[in-house]
Design a protein around this ligand. Structure first.
Ligand SMILES: [Zn+2]
Length: 325
């Protein structure tokens, strides 16, 4: 087997979109935005808080008295963003600003489209630029602009009647994953349809996927071992809750599987059997996808299916030494 492999690297995105309940106060604020209106809330001392909050920041009293405020106001402070990032509201340079709307006593954070920083100043007057299509979200305010700016009011109709009670909150992290040598070698073999683990020269345990070293002995695992497609169920769980963007419909079985000759389990799908028949110690075998679909991924194996072999006793799972069964 080759002792070195191209080091693989790929962008990964970790994240999900969750639905956040707005509650009645923020819901009312967002519903008003959808109607291109601004509402604040009256605090215990009579001041108008914008955006509205559920509880008085001083007395902690629950607040409920909404107050209409203007859609123009004064920049209280600001900072210039000369190189916008992907998640920013504008792809051109812009200002983050605290803007106190007329009729409100507190400033709200939003962005100002002023063209360049020279046009920004503390105390300047700005007004809302509404999005052409509103949906009950903070981005219904498509930024603020200097008050003298002419705006088109070419708005699309919004026939929504139900108040806003929830919003989608995306939470994503995209990063670059570099496999490192052990994983790159493992993935390169996987692309050829082979399951290749690594053996610890000290304790002789075989690890798949290999991490490049033995966690127990702390030594490098350079010795490669090709394993079979057969495995034993070490533990499993039946998934009943749908996972967003996952094409597999629940209920389905995810199992920790130990390949014959290996001493470390990995997670994979179990199929071609009734969920209720799955048990610890059950013998299974990999079902590979068609060769033309193979890539550098464990998804080359579509799932594992049961095979007609006697169960392995719990205390024996993952304890098989080299040579296998
Ligand atoms: Zn070891």
């Amino acid at each position: 087997m080759s002792s070195s492999a191209e080091i693989l690297s790929q962008a990964f995105t970790l994240g999900y979109t969750y639905t956040r309940s707005t509650g009645p106060i923020v819901g009312k604020f967002l519903t008003a935005l959808r109607d291109r209106k601004m509402v604040g809330i009256k605090a215990s001392d009579g001041k108008v808080l914008m955006p509205p909050v559920e509880f008085d920041p001083v007395s902690a009293e629950a607040l409920s008295e909404f107050v209409d405020v203007a859609d123009s106001g004064v920049v209280k402070t600001w900072t210039w963003v000369s190189e916008p990032r992907k998640a920013h509201p504008s792809d051109k340079p812009f200002a983050w600003a605290l803007i106190q709307l007329d009729g409100a006593d507190t400033p709200m954070l939003h962005w100002v489209d002023a063209g360049d920083a020279e046009q920004m100043s503390t105390g300047m007057r700005v007004k809302v630029r509404w999005a052409a299509q509103t949906q009950g979200f903070i981005s219904d305010i498509n930024g603020f602009v200097p008050e003298a700016t002419e705006l088109s009011e070419d708005y699309q109709a919004n026939n929504a009647e139900e108040p806003v009670t929830g919003i989608d909150s995306p939470s994503y992290l995209t990063y670059n994953f570099t496999a490192g040598e052990a994983t790159a070698r493992y993935l390169a073999q996987l692309k050829k349809g082979k399951l290749v683990g690594q053996r610890c020269p000290s304790c002789e345990n075989v690890y798949i996927p290999p991490r490049g070293s033995c966690a127990a002995c702390g030594v490098a695992t350079t010795d490669e071992v090709e394993l079979t497609n057969k495995a034993t169920v070490e533990s499993f769980t039946i998934v009943y809750i749908p996972i967003p963007n996952n094409p597999i419909k629940p209920p389905y079985v995810i199992a920790n599987l130990v390949l014959d000759g290996a001493n470390l389990s990995f997670l994979h799908l179990l199929s071609e059997c009734k969920n209720e028949d799955v048990r610890i110690g059950m013998r299974v075998e990999a079902v590979w996808r068609p060769e033309e679909e193979w890539g550098y991924a464990m998804e080359n194996i579509q799932y594992f299916k049961p095979i007609d072999e006697p169960d392995v006793a719990v205390e024996e799972i993952g304890k098989l030494k080299k040579g296998g069964r």
